[in-house]
Design a protein around this ligand. Sequence first.
Ligand code: G6P
Length: 370
Amino acid sequence: VTAEKGGFDHFMLKEIHEQPKAYRDTMRGRIDESGQSVVFPGLNLTEEKIRSLNSVHIVACGTAYHAGLVGGTVIEQLVRIPVANDVASEYRYRSPLITPETLVIVVSQSGETADTLAALREAKRNGAHVLAITNVVGSSIARDADDVIATLAGPEIAVASTKAYTSQLIAFYLFGLYLAQVRGTKSNEEVAHVIAAMQSLPEQLESMLANVEPIKAYAEEIAVHQNLFFIGRGMDYAVVQEGSLKLKEISYIHSEAYAAGELKHGTLALIEEGIPVIALATQENVLEKTVSNIKEVKARGAAVMAITHEEHVADLLRSVDQALSIPKTLSLLTPALSVVPLQLLAYYTSLARGNDVDKPRNLAKSVTVE
Ligand code: G6P
């Protein structure tokens, strides 16, 4: 069994460490040799169809839904098409506005999630083109979709999804760039610039994974708490939702992920002396706003840990109790790095609490009933 885990104590830790490889594998063959553009050989979605699209719906469950939240922002920013994100169990019951000009993207690690499969079928019945982003090419969802972008994360065993999520992000970056190329919403130079930054991600991730001690120490601190909060804005908000889910799944600590600016509209009442707040503060355009939200919780006694880029650590340390840094990349790509400390935090907290990391109570890897 230890051999299966490649020398790691748990599948989850092994899979966290496999992420640099998953990034490389998911990018391979989808970037042309010059590194200037994205290619998707064999896509049924024609360029003409791409030009006619007027909306994108992204539908998924759990962690895949959270990847879709990042993906939606990526597509809106790169392509300027309106995107709606839905959890699959809600989507088909709210009579979504689906037309032949709607692209529906379903995201599923397993490709077997019943809610997502049902949403896919509903979308097809209404004439949408359905693209599946999945880790299992022979799955039901892959078979039923009009197109498939395979994430090449390799088999994921731990119930708590890690490398599948980050590979889904890579798939969204590539696909977003592809749409932008076809619709001409980004120049060749801009596309090449993002591609170059993407190609640095695996190495940046390797450097992060070589130094997990600070996260481990912080995990031991929070392991004794019953409640905590995650805050962030923009893409950071999408990422903390995944960080919070990860922590709930395997540590059984209650946590909430809040859009940092929304906290004051109610939930701030729950902030009391000593409660841990984890602030993800990587998005340059809203950094100052996030800092003022951090001050709001600090003033009510919260113990704040911030995750930010190296260059902002010194500044942030004036407002927070501790800070961790992540390597610098484009704001758009930051989720592919910033989620990793949150995955590790969930892992080490679960470990510190003596839980079964790979098989959390009440949860299944793949849920094939609605
Ligand atoms: C289950 C798993 C989650 C997963 C979700 C969607 O609930 O426990 O980790 O995110 O299903 O799974 P999928 O295979 O569709 O990505």
